[in-house]
Design a protein around this ligand. Structure first.
Ligand SMILES: NC(=O)c1ccc[n+]([C@@H]2O[C@H](COP(=O)([O-])OP(=O)(O)OC[C@H]3O[C@@H](n4cnc5c(N)ncnc54)[C@H](OP(=O)(O)O)[C@@H]3O)[C@@H](O)[C@H]2O)c1
Length: 278
């Protein structure tokens, strides 16, 4: 029997990048899926592919999770017919610019998506599995970043939002250790996705460019680590080394080093249009 046969997973940010690859990885393991993002057509294409290739049930629930109340509405819709026993809190974005150059409305949108929606969905998930038996655990993956390890100038609010996700996840991991929810924090380093175009970035320093991994590799490593009950995973050897040394060095130094690794922001206009659900 497939490893996740009988499980049903909600994946946010499933229309591309890491989220779409996590959905593929879960479908390969036999999980039924609920796919969320803002672009319905792209989600429907992925849903058709997963139904065809893996014979799993796939639903599409379009929602903009940066909107107030959207996470609660998504949870209600996702659990209306059946339980959700894997939650992948993946949707997120950032801008690679000096803080003062980013419109404050866009900053608020990012913080509502990267932090508030993630916490609201995690809360509903933990609450739903209060009385679950430990023999068949539920799984919660929160996607943070290697940016969570130190302050990152020009990614100031984004990196801080990911530090929140990492700290929150690792605290919840301990709270839930003797219960039935396995909490896991995925910390990707640079991954080849649309994230960088959205961030108004894409060509970082040489080291950052050299350590980029594919979204498929990051997702597969993440799903495997989650199912093994790991607390946190940093993807990529160079990223693992850098996070290890970051933990040992003074914060001022690691923050300056991150400026060197990331290089200078490119400048030019940032994407101003928020994608609206179709
Ligand atoms: N790529 C990297 O180098 C990297 C490194 C570390 C961490 N991460 C983290 O990995 C996660 C996935 O990012 P990615 O690299 O896969 O980027 P991506 O390809 O840009 O994917 C982001 C996903 O989030 C969805 N999304 C964006 N805004 C949303 C909103 N308001 N409501 C609902 N869904 C929304 C997007 O779909 P729609 O546009 O259809 O809504 C898309 O499916 C993020 O949390 C990111 O911070 C990425």
């Amino acid at each position: 029997m497939a490893e996740l046969s009988g499980y049903r997973a909600l994946v946010t940010g499933a229309s591309g990048g890491i989220g779409a690859e996590v959905a593929r990885s879960l479908a390969r393991r036999g999980a039924a899926l609920v796919l969320n993002a803002r672009r319905t057509e792209v989600l429907e294409q992925l849903a058709a592919e997963l139904r065809r290739d893996h014979a799993v049930t796939v639903e599409v629930l379009t929602a903009d999770l940066s909107q107030s109340g959207a996470a609660a509405r998504l949870w209600t819709a996702a659990t209306a017919g059946a339980a959700v026993d894997v939650l992948i809190n993946n949707a997120g974005f950032g801008h690679f610019r000096p803080f003062g150059d980013i419109a404050v409305a866009r900053e608020s949108e990012m913080l509502r998506l990267n932090i508030l929606a993630l916490v609201e969905l995690a809360h509903a998930f933990v609450d739903a599995h209060r009385d679950r038996a430990r023999e068949r655990p539920a799984y919660l993956m929160n996607v943070a970043s290697v940016a969570a390890w130190q302050p990152v100038p020009h990614f100031a609010t984004y990196a801080a939002s990911k530090a929140f996700v990492r700290n929150f996840s690792e605290a919840l991991y301990l709270e839930q250790r003797d219960k039935a929810v396995r909490v896991f924090c995925l910390c990707p380093g640079g991954t080849l996705t649309d994230f960088h175009a959205t961030a108004g970035a894409g060509n970082y320093g040489k080291l950052a460019n050299a350590s980029m991994l594919s979204a498929a590799a990051v997702a597969e490593k993440g799903v495997r680590a989650m199912l093994r009950g790991k607390k946190t995973l940093v993807t990529g050897v160079l990223n693992k080394l850098s996070c290890f040394f970051t933990g040992m060095l003074p914060r001022g130094l690691t923050s300056r080093a991150s400026m060197w690794v990331m290089g200078k922001p490119r400048g030019g206009a940032l994407p101003t249009q928020t994608v609206k659900p179709e």
